[in-house]
Design a protein around this ligand. Structure first.
Ligand SMILES: [Zn+2]
Length: 108
């Protein structure tokens, strides 16, 4: 017997989700991941921060959601589905990788 698949508390096709999604994008119109790298990108997607854990008990709380651009959201979702670490592509103006987990960004 297969384990019961966890379901979201707020289905993505519900009016409640559409309202919550609109609230997040109105409050934070820029992608959080891009902003952390100093890049200003409009957010188009609302991400469940802890989606990779499969725990949807908090998926309707504002604190559990973040605005992302489509590129960052796709990269995060793909990494979560593959059980990989989420990475940040690119380098700053000095050629230092933006990804905080990159070996060059670790303390020596
Ligand atoms: Zn982004």
């Amino acid at each position: 017997m297969q384990p019961k698949k966890k379901r979201r508390n707020v289905p993505l096709n519900s009016a409640a989700w559409l309202k919550l999604r609109a609230q997040v994008l109105a409050e934070e119109p820029l992608c959080r991941t891009c902003m952390a790298s100093g890049i200003v990108t409009p957010a188009t997607d609302v991400d469940h921060i802890h989606n990779g854990t499969g725990d949807f008990t908090d998926d309707n709380r504002r604190e559990a959601l973040q605005p992302l651009c489509a590129s960052c959201h796709s990269r995060k979702t793909r990494a979560e589905m593959n059980g990989e670490a989420v990475t940040v592509p690119g380098c700053d103006v000095n050629g230092i990788p933006l990804d905080p987990s990159h070996p060059w960004r670790q303390p020596t």
